[in-house]
Design a protein around this ligand. Structure first.
Ligand SMILES: Cc1cc2nc3c(=O)[nH]c(=O)nc-3n(C[C@H](O)[C@H](O)[C@H](O)COP(=O)(O)O)c2cc1C
Length: 336
C-alpha cells in the first residue's frame, strides 16, 4: 500500500508507532521499522542527549530501515536541553522526528536544516493548521480516544479526522483508538494517509516492558481507562488502578483548587515502576480506550502483517462487495 505517508518517510506500510515514555526504546522502534512501519524512539526517556545518541546507535544496529525520534515539548520550569537532543538526532542520521506537546516552532529551523521530516502530534484542527503553517511535513491527529494527552476539546476521531481532511493540505495520520485493519481502513476513508498506534504496540512480544503491563492490556476492556488532571488542563487518559483511584479521590476533594504537588505521588516516577517493575497499581500511566480491542500479544511483524493483509481484504472484498452486490451481512470482525 502506498500513501503520502509511506512516500514521505520511505516506509513500506502506513503505520507509525507513536513515542511512548519508557516503552519507546530501540527494541520496539527497530521491530516496527523492520516490519515496514515507522518505529519511534522516545527522546526524553533517555535522560541526556548522550544517552539518546547511544539509543539511536543501538537502534541503527538493529535495523537498516528508517526510524524516528519523539521529542515531547513539556511545559516545565527546567526545560530539557532540546537543542542538544536535536543535535544527537541529527548526528545519528535520523530523518524523522515526531514532535508533541507544545508547538515545535522554535526548533523547526534546526530540524529543517538537517533535512529531518517533522510530524507533529495535534489534538485539534487549529493546532494542525498551525503545524502546517510553521513547516511541519505531516501531522498525527490524536482523537479523544487516545492514550496519553487528548487535550481539552474532547473531539473523537469520527469528527476530528474528516475535519482535519477538510482543512489541511499536508498529509496526516489518524492517532488514538487505532488497533487493527478496521482502524486503518476507516482512517484512510476519513482522509488520513495512515495511522499511528501507541497502546496496541505495547502488547507485542518485542515491547520492552514488564509482562504484567501486556497482561493488563489484554485483560482491560474499553471501559477501563479514565481521564485525570483535567483541573490542571493537562488531561491524561490512563489505565484505572489503585494509584489512580487515590488520585481521583484527591481530585474530588480538591476540585478546581487542585495543584500538581497534591498528586505528586500518583504521577511522578510512575513509568519505571510500571514498565520495568510491573507494579500495576503504582499510579497514572497513559493507556488508550483501544485496550478494549487488544486480545493477544503478537510479534510486531505478525501484528503489522495481519493489519495489512486484513486491510486489503476489507477493501477488496467487504467494501467492493457493497458496490457489486456480493456483500456479506456479517459485521467485519478482526481475525484475531
Ligand atoms: C504508555 C504511553 C506513553 C506515552 N508517552 C508519550 C510520550 O512520551 N510522548 C508523546 O508524544 N506521546 C506519548 N504517548 C502517546 C502515543 O504516542 C500515541 O499518540 C497514543 O498512544 C495514541 O493513542 P492510542 O494509545 O489509542 O494508540 C504515550 C502513550 C502511551 C500509551
Amino acid at each position: 500500500m502506498k500513501t503520502a505517508i509511506t512516500e514521505l518517510f520511505g516506509i513500506q506500510h502506513p503505520i507509525i508507532q507513536g513515542g511512548m515514555h519508557f516503552v519507546g526504546f530501540a527494541e520496539l522502534a527497530a521491530a516496527v521499522s523492520n516490519a515496514g512501519g515507522l518505529g519511534i524512539i522516545t527522546g526524553l526517556t533517555q535522560k541526556t542527549p548522550e544517552l539518546l545518541a547511544k539509543e539511536i546507535a543501538r537502534c541503527r544496529d538493529m535495523t537498516d530501515n528508517p526510524f524516528g525520534v519523539n521529542l515531547t515539548f513539556l511545559p516545565s520550569f527546567t526545560a530539557p536541553p532540546y537543542p542538544e537532543y536535536i543535535a544527537a538526532i541529527r548526528e545519528g542520521g535520523v530523518k524523522a522526528v515526531e514532535t508533541a506537546g507544545r508547538s515545535p516552532e522554535q526548533y523547526m529551523p534546526a530540524l529543517k536544516a538537517a533535512r529531518i521530516k517533522v510530524i507533529h502530534k495535534c489534538t485539534s484542527v487549529r493546532h494542525s493548521l498551525k503545524a502546517e503553517k510553521i513547516g511541519c511535513d505531516a501531522v498525527s491527529v490524536d482523537g479523544f480516544e487516545c492514550g496519553g494527552h487528548p487535550g481539552e476539546d474532547d473531539i473523537p476521531n469520527m469528527i476530528l479526522l474528516p475535519r482535519a481532511a477538510d482543512e489541511l493540505n499536508i498529509p496526516f495520520v489518524a492517532s488514538g483508538g487505532m488497533a487493527d485493519a478496521r482502524s486503518l481502513v476507516a482512517a484512510l476513508s476519513m482522509g488520513a494517509a495512515g495511522m499511528n498506534m501507541g497502546t496496541r504496540f505495547i502488547a507485542t512480544k518485542e515491547a520492552p516492558v514488564h509482562p504484567n503491563v501486556k497482561k493488563a492490556l489484554v485483560e482491560a476492556s474499553e471501559l477501563d481507562t479514565v481521564l485525570v488532571m483535567r483541573a490542571l488542563r493537562n488531561t491524561e487518559r490512563v489505565l484505572k488502578n489503585k494509584g489512580v483511584d487515590q488520585l481521583l479521590e484527591i481530585e474530588r476533594e480538591k476540585g478546581a483548587s487542585l495543584k500538581i504537588h497534591d498528586i505528586h505521588e500518583q504521577v511522578a516516577g510512575v513509568y519505571p515502576k510500571v514498565m520495568i517493575d510491573g507494579e500495576m497499581d503504582a499510579g497514572a500511566w497513559s493507556c488508550g480506550m483501544v485496550a478494549g480491542l487488544i486480545n493477544d500479544i503478537p510479534t510486531v511483524k505478525e501484528l503489522i502483517n495481519r493489519i495489512m493483509s486484513e486491510a486489503e481484504q476489507i477493501i477488496r472484498q467487504r467494501l467492493t462487495g457493497f458496490l457489486d452486490g456480493t456483500f456479506e451481512t456479517k459485521p467485519a470482525r478482526a481475525v484475531a
